[in-house]
Structure formats: C-alpha cells, structure tokens
Design a protein around this ligand. Structure first.
Ligand SMILES: *Cc1c(COP(=O)(O)O)cnc(C)c1O
Length: 224
C-alpha cells in the first residue's frame, strides 16, 4: 500500500469518528510519524499532502530536518535527553514529551524562541510509559511559570497497547479531564487547549474522546 492509499483509508476513519461524536474534521491535526522510515518514504508523506511530521530521536529528526527543512512542521514526540536539547530545540515546532522540570529548565536555557510543548502525562500503569503522574501534573505546570520559553499548548499521553477498548478510553478521558482543569486555570503560559493522543491502534477512540493531534506511524507508512 502506498502512503496515499493508506491516507485515504485513515481520512475516512477520522471522518467517521468525527461524525460519531459531532466533531468537525478541522479540529484534528494528523501528525505523520516517520521515525521508522527514511527520506524516500518521508517524501511520499509530504507529497500526499501531510506537512506535520513526528520524529522521536535526535538523529532521525536531524537527518530529515536537514533534508526537508521548513517544508514540514516538526513534532518531536520521543523522550528527550537533557544533554541533547541543544541539538534540536530551535529546529522543532512542537515538543510532545515535556515530562520533567530539568528538561524544561534546559529548554529555557537553550531556546531562542518560545517552544510549544505538550506535557506528557502517564495515564496508565504500564511500566514503559513515561510521563508525569496525573496528580502531579497541575503542580508541575505551576512550576513552569518562570520559564518564559515554555508554552504549554496541551497535554499528551500514550494509552497502553491492549485490545481492551475501555482501558484505552479511560486513559484518554483522564487526559481530557486534566486538560480542562489546566485550561480553567487560565495561565498565560499554559493555554492548554490541545490534546495529543491516539496512535495507529487507537486513534479513532482518541478522536471520540477529544484528541486534537493524532500521531500516526505504522498505519500510514508501514514498517521499513
Ligand atoms: C511511534 C510513536 C507513535 C506512532 O505509533 P504507531 O503505532 O506506529 O502509529 C506515536 N506516538 C509516539 C510517542 C511514538 O513514539
């Protein structure tokens, strides 16, 4: 299957999910996760009309950034080591994985402009999942107040990899509830209007639960 063909399928599914919950298509930004593919496949992604690209490692991001530059809007979705912040922070457009204060402080030190960040929240017990605990998120966001290079545009989570739809849905519901709470604080540096949630196996559920950014890899680009 080509990226173009995969995209047609995904768009239909996105549209159906939107219709089920009365949402408008233009509320949803599709981030194409190109972390597993090379320049050639990424070119197909851009040619299919997708401009939001997601990468999770510095090396992969920089390779593609050097090649495509400002033809894409760049989302860094992986865990970011503090010492590697300086390599990428001024090239990316969004960071989806702000998960600790030391990272925020390093961004503050290295960024030459304000960086749009999602605070990554751990909504499941799965060991491998990173992020801030739900009951520590508000305090964490309060602690970002002095860091004027950090703009909290929203929250991000990864649901567990499971067939149990209710378990996935409940993670997304928790994230949305928390997002509303942060939004209601009306902090100038944390508008928190966005929800980054949903991957290849759960994006339709995420849309039903309010996602505004979905991050799709395998279902679009396959595996290389
Ligand atoms: C890899 C990755 C994705 C995309 O995963 P797929 O299941 O291939 O769609 C989304 N978000 C994050 C944080 C990832 O690391």
């Amino acid at each position: 299957m080509t990226v173009q063909e995969n995209l047609i399928y995904v768009q239909q599914e996105v549209e159906k999910a939107c219709q089920r919950v009365n949402r408008s298509l233009d509320e949803i930004t599709l981030v194409a996760v190109t972390k597993t593919v090379g320049i050639e496949k990424t070119t197909d992604v851009l040619q299919a009309g997708l401009v939001h690209l997601g990468e999770n490692r510095n090396e992969g991001f920089l390779q593609k950034y050097e090649h495509f530059g400002n033809k894409a809007t760049w989302h860094f979705i992986g865990s970011l080591q503090t010492r590697k912040v300086k390599e990428i922070v001024n090239e990316i457009d969004y960071l989806h994985s702000l998960d600790r204060l030391s990272l925020a402080k390093e961004i503050q030190k290295r960024a030459t402009k304000s960086i749009r960040c999602f605070v990554q929240v751990k909504t499941s017990e799965e060991e491998s999942k990173q992020g801030i605990a739900i009951d520590e998120t508000i305090e964490f966001i309060h602690n970002l107040q002095q860091l004027d290079k950090i703009e909290v545009v929203g929250l991000m989570t990864m649901a567990p990899y499971t067939d149990d739809e209710m378990q996935i849905r409940s993670c997304f519901q928790m994230l949305r509830k928390l997002q509303k709470q942060v939004q209601d604080l009306k902090l100038s540096y944390a508008p928190c209007t966005e929800l980054s949630m949903g991957m290849s196996n759960d994006y339709t559920i995420a849309i039903e639960e309010g996602a505004t950014f979905i991050r799709l890899g395998t279902i679009l680009v396959g595996k290389e």
